[in-house]
Each structure stands twice: as C-alpha cells, then as structure tokens.
Design a protein around this ligand. Structure first.
Ligand code: CA
Length: 221
C-alpha cells in the first residue's frame, strides 16, 4: 500500500516514511502543497498523511481541492495544535482522521490501516478465482485452500492487478505501486516479482499483455 506523506519538517517526514516502510507500506514524502499535487498526479496512492502547516499554505486547502474534484482518497491530517476547533475544521474539511503531534508511529499505522480498509470496504472484498483466495487488505493468499506465503511486494503487486479490475497495468505503473519514488529499482524488478507470483500461485495468475504490461489472469472481463 502506498502512502504519500505531505510534511515540511524534514526530521518528522523522514521519521514517518522510515516507520511506514518498516511496517510494510510504500511511502514517499513531499514538503509542500504544490509538490503534493504533482505527486498525486504522478502516481496513485492509497492514503495521504497531510500536515496542516505547510510553507505554501494550509494542508486543508489541498484537501478542499481534492474533495472538490470528487477524490475520496483517505486523508489523515496532522496538526501541532490540539484544539477542538482545529479538529472540527479538519473533519469538516474532508479529513478522514486526525492526529496531533507528537504522535506514536504505531498509532499512525493502525489508523492508516483502518482508513484504507474502510475506504475500500475491502475487509469483505476477498477475491476468489481460479483456485486462488486473496485478501487485498491483509495480503493473505490461499491456493486450493492451502495458505501461500507472499512477500510484501508480491502481495502489493497482486492487489494492484486485482484492483485494476481487468485493466492492464504497465511496468511503470506497477513500479510506482511497489517502490518509493526515491528508491533505486532494478530494471527487471517487476519481472522478478511476476515470476515469483506465477511460481507460487500458478502461471495463469498474471497475464502478460504483449507490449503493454500485465493483467490479473482471472479477472472477469
Ligand atoms: Ca509543518
């Protein structure tokens, strides 16, 4: 799952990103409203951690624009102020949740998991196809009833393909889902993950669309 962290305090931002990565998220950080807009346009994410006090504006203004264009991306607001009015303002502004600094990283992670689950209604969204049973929110997979151990990137890849709903994803799009923007990625990294998924779940789980990319092999089309 990919999280965009919008925070201008470098120390806090790096702490959050390192923590999220340790908890198995893909995470990137940007320090301003403008760069957050660019990052959102560049790659889809599953949730955003948004600081209110940013050098080029209040995080709430970015949130307002998101909601205006009908974007329901789960947003967790961060603020330094623990005032009831601030909390109300944030929630009325379209935030899904709220944390006051300083906060516990474990709590941030738990709340993000809850937001993402709620957003997708994915707790009940088990995928069952071709002998595969897969829970995109937890990454748990079973083949013919037997549990299959997937790595974090393998389950993220499978979840991305499943959620593409029959559409094909390019290698670039998949890379963006699996890795942070600042991470060095081997050119064949996606190939390797696809290969491993096929080895564990059967060759048909991922369909190669020649010249385009990959598609979930058992999508209803
Ligand atoms: Ca700030």
């Amino acid at each position: 799952m990919r999280i965009l962290v919008v925070e201008d305090d470098d120390l806090i931002a790096r702490g959050i990103v390192a923590g999220l990565r340790a908890y198995g998220f893909t995470a990137d950080t940007v320090p301003s409203v403008v760069q957050a807009e660019l990052a959102l346009a560049h790659a889809a994410c599953d949730a955003m951690v948004l600081d209110r006090g940013l050098p080029d504006g209040d995080g709430l203004s970015l949130l307002a624009r998101l909601r205006e264009r009908g974007d329901a991306l789960p947003v967790l607001l961060l603020t330094a102020r623990d005032a009831v009015e601030d909390r109300i303002e944030g929630l009325q502004g379209g935030a899904d949740d709220y944390l006051v600094k300083p906060f516990d990283l474990g709590e941030l992670v738990a709340r993000l998991h809850a937001l993402i689950r709620r957003a997708g209604g994915r707790s009940s969204n088990l995928v069952e196809a071709g002998g595969l049973r897969f829970d995109p929110s937890s990454g748990d997979a079973w083949l013919a009833g037997e549990p299959v151990e997937l790595s974090r990137r393998e389950s993220t890849l499978l979840a991305s393909l499943v959620q593409a709903d029959g559409r094909c994803l390019t290698t670039e799009q998949i890379k963006d889902r699996l890795y942070g923007l600042d991470q060095e990625v081997a050119s064949n990294a996606v190939n390797v993950h696809v290969h491993n998924l096929r080895r564990k779940l059967g060759a048909d789980v991922v369909e190669t669309v020649r010249g385009l990319g990959y598609r979930f092999g058992w999508a209803r089309r």
